[in-house]
Design a protein around this ligand. Structure first.
Ligand SMILES: [Zn+2]
Length: 224
């Protein structure tokens, strides 16, 4: 799953506004941000296989350290502890903020489970792998990701209101979500990436870029 993950970021931010939206945007892609460098380093493995599913062009062969259920739980726990440490002892609602960051990391596995072919291991022993396989149907994958993203947007818009004197305060976030949906059309129905390096670059640039846009647009809104 790609842009559907941001539905979780928007929803979690509506629950705990003190957990910054841009960090949640990075949180929901945390394990993917680790995955690509680990593939480059030869620790985890994927291959570009044109038409592997109707909506993806890669076979995800070995990713126990980023995309197993066990690893996802451990990464979420680590982020929880790290967030508590960074927030310090005096910060009000620190447990709630840290929990929301941890949930953002764990949401990746849950959302991936919906679309992935059975390539998500439960633990480091990769004998049992799960995935509901909606990637085999590109239109359904697009609609599923859209529903998740629009659901998150709806919760976010309900929890916030435009801040005075900011450009794009009212329509910025909905326009951003529409842009994400258009990018996903190209992603799901477009040609395979020419090689791993271009896929790596595309993933990193969009993950960081989307977090930057989220930061910029969220500044224009305030709690309702
Ligand atoms: Zn992933």
């Amino acid at each position: 799953m790609y842009i559907g993950h941001y539905g979780a970021a928007l929803a979690l931010n509506s629950v705990e506004r003190k957990a910054s939206l841009w960090l949640l945007f990075l949180g929901v892609q945390f394990v993917d941000i680790l995955f690509f460098p680990l593939v480059l380093a030869g620790v985890e493995r994927m291959r570009i296989v044109p038409g592997f599913t109707e909506s993806t062009h890669f076979s995800l062969d070995y990713m126990p350290y980023t995309h197993s259920l066990l690893a996802s739980l451990l990464w979420s726990a680590l982020v929880f502890v790290l967030a508590l440490f960074v927030l310090g002892t005096k910060r009000p609602r620190k447990i709630s903020i840290a929990l929301v960051f941890a949930a953002s990391v764990f949401s990746h596995w849950v959302f991936d489970l919906i679309v992935h072919t059975p390539d998500l291991p439960l633990s480091t022993d990769a004998s049992i792998k799960v995935g509901l396989g909606f990637w085999h149907n590109a239109p359904i994958t697009f609609v599923l990701e859209m529903v998740l993203l629009l659901g998150g947007l709806w919760l976010y818009m309900r929890a916030t209101k435009p801040r005075h004197g900011f450009k794009l305060a009212r329509y910025g976030m909905p326009l951003f979500v529409i842009t994400l949906l258009l990018i996903n059309l190209g992603n799901l129905f477009g040609p395979p990436p020419p090689n791993f390096h271009s896929l790596f670059a595309f993933a990193m640039v969009t993950y960081l870029g989307f977090a930057g846009v989220a930061y910029w647009l969220d500044r224009a809104r305030t709690d309702r």
